[in-house]
Design a protein around this ligand. Structure first.
Ligand code: HEM
Length: 414
C-alpha cells in the first residue's frame, strides 16, 4: 500500500499517541488489512471496523482465544503453561467464568460504592495543600489496586508491592516498569510464566499464602468467596486460583488507572464540562464515564486465532491465521459513531467496545471499573475548583495498553 501508514505493531508508535489517521485510512480503504510483523512474526489480519470487531467478538467458535490474546506467538508448551481464563474457549472458559463471576456482578459490586468513595476521599485528601502534582502517581495509580485489595481482603501494607507487580506484568514492554522488556531483552527463561514474566511466580506464591490463611480462617472477601464457590460439585483448584489472582492483578490495575487519567485529560481540555459535573444527574454522570471509556479505549486490541477459513469483506482468511480486533479503531468508526473524534458526554447510544462487547470474554471487572471512575470524578469535583495541565503528559510504550504514565496537573482546592 503506497500510503505512509504508521507501524501499528510497534510499541514505539504509541508513545506519540494512537495512530488514528492510520486506522481511519484502513477503515476506509482496507478494513480487513494484512499486517506484517517487523519482529519476524508470521503476520496477522487487522480488523478495524466496528461491525467486524463485533462479529469476531461474538463468534468465539470461529475466533478462538486458546492460542493467545496478544500479538506474540507462543509455542504449544508456552500456551498451555501461561493460560488464564482470557486464553480459554468454551466449554473450559464457560465453566471457569461461572465459578468466578458472582463477586463481580453489578449486585455485588454496587455494595462497594461507599468503600470506593472512602478510598477516593483518602487518596485525594492526601494531596490536600499540594497544588502541583502528577495525577497518575498520586491518584490514578493508587486507587484501582487499593480497591481491588479491599475486594480481595488484602492488607493495605501489601498494596504498593502489588501495584508494582501489576505494572511489571502488563507494562512488560516499557523499561520504566520492568527490567524484563519483552522485545528488548532475552525473556526466554520466563516463557512458561503468565505474561512471560518472573513476576508471575511471586504473585502465585502470594496468592497461595493468602488462600492458605482463608482456608484456616474464612473471611468475607472475594478470595474466600472463590474458595467456597461450588457449582454442581465443581470448584477451582489451586493453580486456577493462582492464575485468576494474577489475572486480576494484571487486568484490574492499569486499565482503570489509564481510563481515569485519559478521562481527566478530557476534563482539563473542557473546563466548562468539568464545572457542570456537580449538577449532573447520576445518569448523566454514568453517560460521561461511558464516553470516557470509548474515548480512552485503554485496551487497544485483543487477538484471536481462526478455527476455520472465513470470508470477510471479500478477503479469505485461513484457519490458523491470527486476527487482531482493534478496539481502538472500532470505537472511532465513523460509520458507527457520529463524529467519533468529538467527545460527547451525552452520547447515546454509546455501545463502545472498550470492555469488549457481545463477547463471552466481556470484561469481568467492567462494573467495578465504571463505579470507580464515576465515584472518583464525583469526589474530585468536590475538592478541586479548577484543574489544568502543569507539564507535558508522557505516554506508555505499548501497542496493547493505551495510557499516560504521567499527567502533571495544577489544581486549586475548594
Ligand atoms: C477501565 C478499565 C478496564 C478496561 C478498559 C478493561 C478492558 C477489558 C477488555 C477489553 C477485556 C477483553 C474483552 C473481550 O475479549 O471481549 C477484558 C477482560 C477482562 N477484564 Fe477488564 N478492563 C478493565 C478493568 C478491569 C478490572 C477492574 C478487572 C478486575 C478486577 C478486570 C478483569 C478482567 C478479566 C478477568 C477479564 C477476562 C474475562 C474473560 O476472559 O472472561 N478488568 N477487560
Amino acid at each position: 500500500m503506497a500510503t505512509p501508514l504508521a507501524d501499528i505493531t510497534s510499541h514505539d508508535t504509541y508513545v506519540e499517541g494512537v495512530p488514528h489517521d492510520t486506522f481511519a485510512y484502513l477503515r476506509a480503504n482496507d478494513p480487513v488489512h494484512w499486517t506484517e510483523e517487523s519482529d519476524g512474526g508470521r503476520g496477522f489480519w487487522s480488523l478495524t471496523k466496528y461491525d467486524d470487531v463485533l462479529f469476531a467478538s461474538s463468534n468465539a467458535e470461529i475466533f478462538s482465544s486458546r492460542l493467545g490474546i496478544r500479538l506474540e506467538d507462543m509455542d504449544p508448551e508456552e500456551t498451555e503453561a501461561r493460560r488464564t481464563m482470557m486464553e480459554m474457549d468454551s466449554p473450559e472458559h464457560t465453566r471457569l467464568r461461572r465459578l468466578v463471576s458472582r463477586p463481580f456482578a453489578p449486585k455485588s459490586i454496587n455494595g462497594y460504592e461507599e468503600a470506593v468513595r472512602d478510598l477516593a476521599a483518602q487518596v485525594l485528601d492526601k494531596q490536600r495543600g499540594n497544588t502541583e502534582f502528577d495525577f497518575v502517581a498520586t491518584v490514578a495509580r493508587e486507587l484501582p489496586m487499593r480497591m481491588l485489595g479491599r475486594l480481595l481482603g488484602l492488607p493495605d501494607d501489601d498494596l504498593e508491592w502489588l501495584v508494582q507487580r501489576g505494572d511489571a506484568l502488563i507494562g512488560n514492554t516499557d523499561p520504566d516498569f520492568t527490567d524484563y522488556v519483552v522485545d528488548q531483552v532475552d525473556t526466554s527463561a520466563y516463557r512458561l510464566l503468565p505474561f512471560r514474566s518472573p513476576v508471575a511466580l511471586e504473585l502465585f506464591e502470594y496468592a497461595s499464602q493468602a488462600l492458605a490463611q482463608r482456608r484456616i480462617e474464612p473471611t468475607h472477601d472475594v478470595l474466600s468467596a472463590l474458595l467456597e464457590t461450588t457449582i454442581g460439585g465443581d470448584t477451582l483448584d489451586e493453580l486456577a486460583l493462582q492464575n485468576f489472582f494474577t489475572l486480576m492483578v494484571a487486568a484490574g490495575n492499569d486499565t482503570t488507572r489509564y481510563s481515569l487519567t485519559n478521562g481527566l485529560r478530557v476534563l482539563i481540555e473542557r473546563p466548562e464540562l468539568y464545572r457542570r459535573i456537580p449538577a449532573m444527574a447520576i445518569e448523566e454522570r454514568k453517560a460521561l464515564v461511558e464516553e470516557m471509556l470509548r474515548w480512552s479505549t485503554v485496551t487497544m486490541h485483543f487477538r484471536r486465532t481462526l478455527t476455520q477459513d472465513t470470508e470477510l469483506r471479500g478477503k479469505t482468511l485461513k484457519a490458523g491465521d491470527k486476527v487482531v480486533l482493534w478496539f481502538s479503531s472500532a470505537n472511532y468508526d465513523e460509520e458507527h459513531f457520529d463524529n467519533p473524534h468529538e467527545f460527547r458526554e451525552d452520547r447515546s447510544p454509546n455501545d463502545h467496545v472498550a470492555f469488549g462487547l457481545r463477547s463471552s470474554h466481556l470484561c469481568l471487572g467492567a462494573h467495578l471499573a465504571r463505579l470507580e471512575m464515576r465515584v472518583v470524578f464525583e469526589e474530585i469535583v468536590k475538592r478541586w475548583e479548577t484543574v489544568e495541565l502543569a507539564g507535558t503528559p508522557e505516554r506508555l510504550r505499548s501497542n496493547f495498553i493505551g495510557g499516560m504514565k504521567q499527567l502533571p496537573i495544577r489544581v486549586t482546592w475548594i
